[in-house]
Design a protein. Structure first.
Length: 266
């Protein structure tokens, strides 16, 4: 793997809040970071090589998620902040690309939806029967706790609901709007179109969306290595290449070598 230059790592230290002076401590801090970056992961560490709330809570490069997260103060704080941010509803949160829990700034919702979402007319041809059933119930009730949703759908196996919810999150159809701990732990689910109606209604072509995601990724990371964008997001190599070439044409990026692009700073 190509070595990341130290000046790029220092750039990421600032952008990703990997410094003690910049680490996040409140829900407002998390929202500000998401707005700055465009998107980030939730409770992941340095092994994912993408910014995350946990990493930013730790405020250092070498953050590693412990096995026993309940007894770790940093992991516990990251978890609490995640729940607070979900409830505030100022940024989008769901299990998205490759099942990763992600936060999105509102401006990035149309971008991700154009790439991974599907139209209402196309749902029957894309979503599983179980996912369609869950979505139908949520659109009728507008919000529902996990256990109630399972009962209303008539699922006997918990996995049926879990898989359907995961599928609907990946397709940007449902989001958690609240986490409840008493009398027992549960998520409250709602259609994404109800939580973020303006952003979910905005249309964007896939080509434009891939370019805007490439832009956000490059501004977030400072440099993009060969195959990195495709590997992280599952794009075809030619899609990633076209998007990065368009950023070069704009003067936003410069091409250093085959598949390697650096952010142009002014």
């Amino acid at each position: 793997m190509r070595q990341i230059p130290e000046e790029v790592e220092q750039y990421r230290d600032r952008k990703w809040r990997r410094e003690e002076a910049l680490k996040v401590e409140t829900a407002e801090d998390v929202e500000a970071m998401v707005e700055d970056l465009g998107f980030c992961l939730g409770l992941t560490d340095e092994r994912k090589r993408l910014p995350s709330v946990y990493w930013a809570v730790c405020g250092r490069r070498d953050a590693m998620m412990p096995r026993n997260v309940q007894k770790d103060p940093e992991a516990s704080l990251a978890w609490v902040l995640k729940d607070e941010v979900i409830a505030r509803g100022n940024v989008y949160y769901a299990k998205l690309v490759k099942g990763n829990s992600m936060f999105l700034a509102k401006r990035m919702i149309p971008v991700f939806n154009a790439i991974w979402g599907c139209s209402r007319k196309g749902e029957s041809g894309v979503l599983s029967k179980n996912a369609q059933l869950v979505l139908k119930v949520l659109r009728k009730e507008w919000e529902m706790a996990t256990a109630d949703l399972r009962s209303e759908c008539g699922f006997k196996d918990k996995k049926d609901l879990t898989n359907a919810i995961d599928e609907l999150q990946r397709r940007m159809k449902v989001v958690p709007q609240e986490v409840v701990y008493l009398p027992k732990f549960t998520y409250i689910w709602t259609p994404a179109e109800a939580r973020f109606p303006t952003e979910m209604s905005k249309k964007m072509k896939r080509e434009e969306a891939v370019r805007e995601l490439a832009r956000a990724y490059l501004e977030m990371c400072g440099i993009t290595l060969l195959g990195e964008l495709s590997g992280k997001f599952g794009f075809y190599r030619w899609e990633s290449g076209r998007a990065n070439h368009e950023l070069v044409d704009e003067g936003f990026a410069e091409r250093l070598d085959t598949g390697i692009y650096r952010l142009v700073t002014h």
